[in-house]
Design a protein around this ligand. Sequence first.
Ligand SMILES: [Zn+2]
Length: 107
Amino acid sequence: MTKSKTAKTRRAAAKPRAADPSEARAGRTAERIMQTVLQERDQETVVQRLDQWVPIECPHCGEGTEIHVIADMDGQSVDQDCSVCCRPFIAQIDIEDDEANVSVEAA
Ligand SMILES: [Zn+2]
């Protein structure tokens, strides 16, 4: 009798204590996961918006070629070697309003 009474009391006392914080935590975690997923989706959409081949010309010999530009290359300089004259040049990438502008410079 004494044993079962003690067990009952313990169970009754433990139940609400264990359930309440874990439920609240689970809810918050789910919210956080949802927010993270939504944010990641937004970022992917931005990155995928700009993905194009931009025609450029070798500053040494004038040979036309193309450079692959994606959104996160904004402001970057890319070292290139001309496929015709083999001389190096630098492609400076600027992205404005989802449009890639690439200027070339002899290296
Ligand atoms: Zn060239």
